[in-house]
Write a new protein. Structure first.
Length: 57
């Protein structure tokens, strides 16, 4: 009975570890995509061309 208990605990911990190992890269990719969209929206508002056009009299 003790062996079944340890086997079940080992399987649960292994399953959680493998699922985190598979899911975490997808989470990072989605986070990078979301961050890239926010940066590109800000870059459209202020560009170098607009900055120099407005700064020259």
């Amino acid at each position: 009975m003790r062996i079944l208990k340890y086997l079940a605990i080992f399987l649960i911990i292994s399953g959680l570890g493998i699922s985190a190992w598979i899911y975490y890269p997808q989470y990072q990719i989605n986070r990078m995509k979301h961050h890239a969209v926010q940066v590109s929206k800000d870059a459209v508002k202020v560009s170098y061309i607009k900055y120099f056009q407005e700064s020259k009299p």
